[in-house]
Design a protein around this ligand. Structure first.
Ligand code: RTP
Ligand code: MG
Length: 137
């Protein structure tokens, strides 16, 4: 089942110089392809659309502030079961609970600064691709 997903390498990943490492893990998965890639500082409006489901939660404001604190790398990744696959490669939200070998498990400590976002379903992927790459909707 070929799918596409929206991936963000969060500002902590860019600041720490981990984007190359993370991108090469994605590229090494057989049959997955990066079909769009951009370094971009996110506008408030984009973040409100992207994280709308979390509005009102205690972590929402600090999350949006963190996500606007520096550039992110936004990507579309396409390939076999890539939605589930990228969630597995990222690991669970809390990096301390994430297994070594996953991106969050290898590099993260703080829940908010967990390096990577990957769409959590086909519906989210389509919605998020349109937000970050409107021309690719
Ligand atoms: P993401 O949406 O970024 O891919 O991460 P996720 O699905 O694993 O986690 P989600 O529940 O959607 O939360 C979005 C992001 O908010 C930050 N967060 N902070 N308790 C907290 O302080 C807290 N909980 C979540 C994380 O950056 C998380 O990835
Ligand atoms: Mg999420």
């Amino acid at each position: 089942m070929t799918q596409r997903t929206l991936v963000l390498l969060k500002p902590d990943a860019v600041r720490r110089g981990l984007t190359g490492e993370i991108i090469s893990r994605i590229e090494r998965k057989a049959g997955w392809r990066i079909t769009a890639l951009e370094l971009r500082t996110l506008e408030q409006e984009t973040l409100e659309q992207h994280y709308g489901e979390h509005k009102g939660k205690p972590f929402y404001e600090p999350l949006v502030e963190f996500m606007a604190s520096g550039p992110v790398v936004a990507m579309i990744v396409e390939g076999e079961r890539v939605i589930e696959g990228l969630r597995a490669l990222a690991g669970p939200t809390d990096p301390i609970a994430a297994a070594p070998g996953s991106i969050r498990g290898d590099y993260g400590v703080i829940v908010r600064e967990n390096l990577i976002h990957a769409s959590d379903s086909e519906e989210s992927a389509e919605r998020e691709v349109k937000i970050f790459f409107p021309g690719r909707g």
